[in-house]
Design a protein. Structure first.
Length: 95
């Protein structure tokens, strides 16, 4: 089913809800409190600019996806970390 301009609505739902849900989950679990928070304003600005002013959205694209990559890398590193241990300040873990 094709509904014209329905994708404009989903831009706000996807990016706005992702930042809100991520921050809610980071606050809900004590072992995730050190995780990066996603700027809800940044994600909302990206959604608005992607509709209204595309050149700014191109720049915002790199900022938003850098934040998403930080969040994903935090969860990936958290998975590799043994239970009850805090993250080390650097280095590579090969286990």
């Amino acid at each position: 089913m094709f509904i014209p301009f329905f994708n404009l609505y989903w831009i706000f739902v996807a990016f706005g809800a992702f930042a809100k849900d991520w921050n809610r989950i980071m606050n809900s679990y004590p072992n995730l409190r050190l995780g990066p928070r996603l700027g809800e304003g940044t994600f909302l600005t990206y959604a608005i600019c992607s509709i209204v002013f595309l050149p700014v959205a191109m720049v915002m694209h790199f900022i938003v996806f850098a934040e998403i990559c930080k969040a994903i890398n935090f969860m990936a590193n958290r998975h590799l970390q043994p239970q009850g241990m805090t993250p080390s300040p650097g280095g590579i873990k090969l286990y």
